[in-house]
Design a protein around this ligand. Sequence first.
Ligand SMILES: C[S@@+](CC[C@H](N)C(=O)[O-])C[C@H]1O[C@@H](n2cnc3c(N)ncnc32)[C@H](O)[C@@H]1O
Length: 252
Amino acid sequence: MAPAEESTKFEAYPMKSGDGPNSYAKNSTYQREIVDSAKELLQKEIAEKLDIEILLSSNTFHIADLGCSVGPNTFFAVQNILKAVELKSQSQGLNCQISEFQVFFNDHTPNDFNMLFKSLPQNRRYYAAGVPGSFYGRLFPKASIHLFHASFCLHWLSRAPKELADKNSSAWNKGRIHYLNSREEVVKAYEAQHGEDMECFLHARAQEIVCGGLMLLIVPGLLHGASHSHTEAKGSHEVVGSCLMDMARKVS
Ligand SMILES: C[S@@+](CC[C@H](N)C(=O)[O-])C[C@H]1O[C@@H](n2cnc3c(N)ncnc32)[C@H](O)[C@@H]1O
């Protein structure tokens, strides 16, 4: 499978487009449950941490959902954020200046943005715009976004570490697509790539966020001390991985 390159730097593998039976839009209830289960925490963090100055001094509140895909989960997440920001200003009895919301939907360039735009909620109370490009690079002007949100996408690396495919490397992963039950060198290669990617992500967001703004990042993880092979998705990674290897053998 050749990656759809959006630049020489990043690989992009968008979710299944459209709204057919195999599309992401029709097969993302797992990710929807994650958005739903984060709702209360998100409300609490906005209530406690969003700087009141922002509500008092900005006319338009800018939200960016990074790795939004085609919907509909992104619309539920944005709705939760809007409600939480409004609740915060009401509960503080503020003379809030914010009269409008602008939402930026970001994903890789090959993402099905047409589908996203076609399914935008009719009764939305925000202006919507698409922002194509990798969130591991700069996407927005300096100090322009009040709230960043990203759900279930920051575990996507910008690329597979090169040494995994190098037969002469101690991190060679024998064609496998994950690090479960792999040698320590393989795990370390994935870790190093994630570290490098997160540094780029945080560096870009640090420039783009308004002073006093918030980042709400929902990332799958392991309990402290748990082995890296103990993941809920272990079974599915192994099945998908071995199917991909079979398919690759057939075409080679
Ligand atoms: C599993 S989907 C999650 C989509 C959505 N947030 C949700 O909760 O349903 C992950 C999304 O992240 C996007 N993604 C992965 N890496 C990205 C990157 N570097 N920049 C922008 N989007 C990225 C993918 O294209 C995909 O649409």
